[in-house]
Design a protein around this ligand. Structure first.
Ligand code: AMP
Ligand code: MG
Length: 487
């Protein structure tokens, strides 16, 4: 490093590299011809204890493109396997990504810094190890929007263009995303070692996960069974949040399901515009395996695969292990349902619990199905529908029921509106807005729309009059919307 360059310090403490030898390959990022910082998430950088202004330039671009490893980094490609669309791939791994290391943030939390698009690794198979600017910006937008919506997710730290074009259906500008996560350990990480019968490695990984993410489980009678139920619980909570906000992940393969409970890998994902249980945006999911309504059962399916890897740890007696694990796993639908109902009550402005609330919530969705009504705006505007005038015909039966239910709560309309506005967003990354921002950025290198959209999405619950257009549904001629895998 030249002496006139600012010193860039990362508070690294790389436990994965240190204690999980055999779970990764040490690897370096590729040197790219012309790294340029497109966007540094200064707020997040500060959270990580980084000097945002020093990183927002060439040095940051070199580091976050993978061209230069900062002091204290242990760059490595993680190994994992995964069920992709139901079929098992015994070896996937970071084929175009690297873990830079773990930093302890200003609150004392351990967080991975990871690069996506940093070049080929031993796990690349036939891939080029690269990523295109469009999908990288997409992951930035959606991930940060999810965070602002209060949904656990990996975060986007920086986008860097590499100065080289990469070949997809056509030549596209190459880019790298630096992202931050509680960790990058996936269901597929466990599957890799389970498939090879490496029981000692599974135990080592499970112990690592418990120590890193769920240290309170160490003193449980059966920590591995408790790990299973905890992971089931965090996933149930996560998927409920997706469903409530209308998010479709699109590629819920087991290698894309984290053990920490964070949403990861934004590829062919999107937000629903109107309520449609079959909503599906991915161009690579013809059968609709990961359609909107299938997300809870698919999470359950993935957790069953996770369970299989833990069985030998849960009990040495196979039958006992299966019995114990099955009892935990079978609770998933009910736990999910509880989280969902809790979230629905909040969306409907209900602060107390009544027996009929589930029916009230699900009947609303049934009534919305097939209607040309904007999902986000419907919930945002519901608070204003307390008066009995001109109810839309599809809600003639439902609205009076909801009003009657609200009347049982001893709170003012104003208070209810205020609480509903805290959970029903005004601004979501609407598909046409995301496309508009990506097209301008990737085709014309005009980042103004992207920057503005990020400003809007930063505060999804706070109305700002200058952002009126961001609350409007897609124009008539937009769609049907299809997204492509982020490769
Ligand atoms: P994803 O669909 O991004 O979750 O990736 C699934 C698997 O394919 C992972 O093992 C990735 O590392 C790998 N992969 C995706 N794109 C590429 C690429 N362009 N080059 C090499 N490997 C890739
Ligand atoms: Mg993935």
């Amino acid at each position: 490093m030249a002496t006139d360059e600012p010193a860039i310090e990362f508070n690294f403490d790389n436990t994965y590299a240190r204690s999980l030898v055999g779970f990764y390959t040490p690897w370096q990022g590729e040197k790219v011809p012309d790294p340029q910082m497109v966007r540094l998430n200064a707020t997040l950088a500060k959270e990580l204890g980084l000097d945002a202004s020093a990183l927002d330039g060439i040095v940051g671009a070199e580091i976050f493109s993978g061209s230069r490893a900062p002091e204290g980094a242990d760059t490595l490609a993680q190994i994992y396997a995964g069920h992709q669309f139901g079929g098992f791939s015994p070896q996937l791994g970071d084929g175009r990504a690297l873990l830079l290391g773990e930093v302890i943030d200003v609150d004392g939390n351990r967080r991975d810094i990871h690069l996506k698009g940093s070049g080929r690794t031993p796990f690349s198979r036939s891939g080029d190890g690269k990523a295109a600017l469009g999908p990288i910006l997409r992951e930035y937008i959606i991930g940060e929007a999810m965070h602002a919506l209060g949904i656990p997710t990996t975060r986007a730290l920086a986008v860097v263009t590499t100065g080289e074009d990469i070949m997809r259906e056509t030549w596209l500008p190459g880019a790298v995303l630096a992202r931050v996560a509680a960790s990058h350990i996936r269901v597929g990480t466990f599957q890799y070692f389970a498939a090879r019968g490496e029981l000692d490695k599974i135990k080592q990984l499970a112990d690592y996960v418990i120590a890193r993410h769920y240290p309170h489980l160490k003193k449980e009678e059966n920590p591995y069974l408790s790990l299973l139920s905890t992971v089931c619980d965090t996933q149930a909570s996560l998927i409920a949040k997706w469903m409530l906000v209308g998010f479709v992940h699109g590629v819920m393969n087991t290698d894309n399901m984290t053990i920490s409970g964070e949403t990861i890998d934004y590829g062919p994902c999107a937000f629903i515009d109107h309520y449609d249980p079959n909503a599906l945006f991915s161009s690579i999911d013809g059968k609709g395996r990961y359609a909107y309504k299938n997300q809870p059962p698919m999470a359950h399916w993935n957790l069953t695969r996770f369970t299989e890897t833990l069985l030998p740890l849960i009990d040495q007696d196979r039958e006992q292990a299966v019995e114990k694990a099955t009892a935990v796993l079978e609770e998933f639908p009910e736990i999910y349902g509880r989280y969902w109902l809790e979230g629905m009550r909040a969306k409907l402005g209900l602060t107390t619990k009544e027996e009929d609330d589930f029916a009230l919530a699900s009947d609303l969705l049934t009534a919305m199905e097939g209607q040309d009504i904007d999902y986000t705006n419907f919930f945002r505007n519901l608070a204003d529908m307390t008066k009995n005038d001109e109810d839309p015909s599809y809600l003639k039966e439902w609205l009076p029921r909801w009003r009657k239910r609200c009347a049982k709560e001893r709170i003012s309309d104003a208070k209810r509106t205020a609480t509903m506005n805290k959970v029903n967003p005004l601004y979501t990354p609407r598909n046409h807005l995301v496309e508009e921002a990506l097209t301008a950025a990737a085709s014309d290198r005009d980042y103004s729309k992207f920057e503005r959209l990020m400003k809007v999405l930063e505060k999804p619950f706070t109305k700002r009059s200058s952002y009126e257009r961001y609350t409007k549904p897609a124009p008539e001629d937009f769609g049907p919307y299809k997204t492509f895998c982020g490769t």
